[in-house]
Design a protein around this ligand. Structure first.
Ligand SMILES: Cc1cc2nc3c(=O)[nH]c(=O)nc-3n(C[C@H](O)[C@H](O)[C@H](O)COP(=O)(O)OP(=O)(O)OC[C@H]3O[C@@H](n4cnc5c(N)ncnc54)[C@H](O)[C@@H]3O)c2cc1C
Length: 319
């Protein structure tokens, strides 16, 4: 296929929360916007894996709210029933020991799964799924060979994938092995930050609002362990993580169904500190945004997209 097939005033690559927040502001101001994403649905790392009986959150686990703009957006999602507060019994754990955590942050989750947030944020936007961009030049090229032309372009992909498309230096992103298991015994806490283990976080997914009532536990490996074991097989990683889980959950249990996912670009590496800006102007009409520019979290991603839209609007409004 050759020749330009599609044109849009603004093209955004990536339908994660950064791309969706950016698209929403621009669409509301009357610009024509299309979002291209290689995945089948919106949400990016705020997604849930379908299971035989329901689903499970294997990416973002929860989010917090610190800024007024994101507060307004979250309040809207709450009023639509897409987001609910989650108040887990929090613990601090290490192999063979745990204590209650004093942490009382207000945590939010998508309902009935994290993926609901991506769908809520995508409402009313023009998204083309299964459209992987393989080249950025004067026009974009999709892996099908189709060309897409634009007046303004926003790259809202993870840092490493952005750097594959344009020549830019960005912070590295760390991988994460993320797995779930069904167990048969209740535990004295719902979620824990974990030390001295391959696992850094465990949570009973079933304790989140709207989930099924089983004991479905999610465990996420630390950045260090995930990086060291990145090219191991999923079977091996699952076995090691199950071994670690048995040291963390106090009440002995049997494991039923389980599955594992390898995120190659999960969180910024080596730390979550925000950069000086949450939006980068790469060329006069090319912009870069994403969580890694703004703290590496759900709110940071959304804010990064929101601010990028403001910069684009300011540029377009200049006489
Ligand atoms: C395991 C894990 C646990 C996490 N836990 C938490 C948590 O508890 N709390 C929290 O706040 N945050 C958490 N995060 C981080 C949070 O999920 C991210 O910060 C946020 O979702 C990133 O949004 P984004 O829009 O910047 O990027 P993404 O969500 O990654 O969106 C980028 C999109 O770009 C698309 N894309 C990439 N390349 C191309 C291409 N060439 N062509 C077309 N499309 C492309 C991808 O398909 C993707 O949909 C976690 C992340 C992971 C992976």
């Amino acid at each position: 296929m050759s020749g330009t097939q599609l044109h849009s005033q603004v093209v955004i690559i990536g339908a994660g929360l950064a791309g969706l927040a950016c698209a929403k502001q621009l669409t509301q101001r009357g610009l024509s916007v299309v979002i291209l994403d290689k995945a089948k649905g919106p949400g990016g790392r705020v997604s849930s894996k379908r299971t035989e009986d329901h689903s499970v959150d294997l990416g973002a686990q929860f989010f917090t709210v610190r800024t007024p703009e994101f507060r307004a957006q979250v309040d809207q999602w709450i009023s639509e029933g897409k987001v609910k507060e989650w108040a887990p019994r929090m613990a601090l754990a290490a192999p063979n020991t745990y204590s209650d955590s004093p942490d009382r942050h207000t945590r939010y989750v998508g309902s009935p799964k994290m993926g609901a947030i991506g769908h809520a944020a995508a409402q009313g936007l023009n998204i083309r799924p299964q459209s992987r961009v393989v080249e950025v030049a004067k026009n974009l090229t999709l892996e099908t060979g189709e060309k897409v032309s634009f007046e303004q372009l926003v790259l809202a992909c993870p840092a490493d994938q952005t750097a594959e498309l344009v020549d830019i230096e960005l912070p590295a992103q760390a991988p994460c092995w993320s797995a779930w298991v069904d167990i048969d015994v209740e535990q004295p806490f719902d979620a824990a930050f974990v030390k001295d283990s391959p696992i850094g976080w465990v949570a009973n997914d079933s304790s989140k609002p709207g989930r099924q009532s089983k004991q479905r536990w999610v465990m996420q490996a630390t950045r260090e362990w995930s990086q060291a074991c990145l090219e191991e097989t999923p079977e091996w990683a699952m076995q090691e993580m199950q071994k670690a889980l048995r040291e963390i959950l106090p009440n002995a249990f049997e494991i039923g169904q389980s599955a594992i996912h390898r995120w190659r670009y999960a969180r910024p590496w080596p730390n979550d500190e925000a950069m000086a800006t949450s939006s980068v102007q790469f060329a006069h009409n090319i912009w870069v945004c994403g969580d890694y520019l703004n703290g590496g979290r759900v709110e940071g991603a959304w804010q990064s997209g929101y601010h990028t839209a403001s910069h684009i609007l300011a540029t377009l409004e200049k006489p």
